[in-house]
Design a protein around this ligand. Sequence first.
Ligand SMILES: [Zn+2]
Length: 244
Amino acid sequence: MAADYFDSGADMVETNSFGANRYVLGKYGLGDRVVEINSLAAEHARSAAPAGRYVLGSMGPAGELIEPMGTATPDDLLATFADQAKGLEAGGADAVCIETMIDFDETKIAVEATRANTKLAVMATMTFDKGPKGFFTMMGLTPEKVGERLTETGADVVGANCGAGIDQMIEVVSRIRSATDKPILVHSNAGMPIMQKGSVVYPETPEYMASRIHDLVAAGAGIVGGCCGSGPDHVRAFVKALRG
Ligand SMILES: [Zn+2]
């Protein structure tokens, strides 16, 4: 998988460790192997990385909300994100990419866990939904608030990922840009998934997303990539549109 993305021309490729925390791995009886599994994920991506390219250690939501909404305590989350970050660093990641976050408090804990336990660069991106009143995270923060608060955590790179397609991301990014001087990372879904003949299809083609990528950069994105439904062909189209 990592080789396919590096071959597409990506400068940075994420590890397949999105759910490799104690809570998600625990559902498979692997909750006590967080460090080992993250280390392997980073090793595998690193082994496919040409010289001068980067491996980002993916760190998604714990899958358990902080109490009282869920059962996780801040200390539990800090401990599992610390193990995840340590494993990713041990396996050779260059940075941790905290992503698809819906709860700012959990995001902040993941940034702190990485900072306190590794020397890795830290990227943190949150996910927005568009409702009748515009864009908010699930817990009710606007893009401006997210830009401001992620910057306050001390993350090196802030931004948005996942979501409902590249057109929505352009507005989200311009609003985050208005609230921070940090570099902005955006990895967008290829639109909202639809069911077609019993399988999940993402409607935005590589050509369509690439046609909008200059507007995303103009809105303030410094690092761009793909999230759900956008594979190596999408990245190849972004590289073609942006290089030079
Ligand atoms: Zn996604």
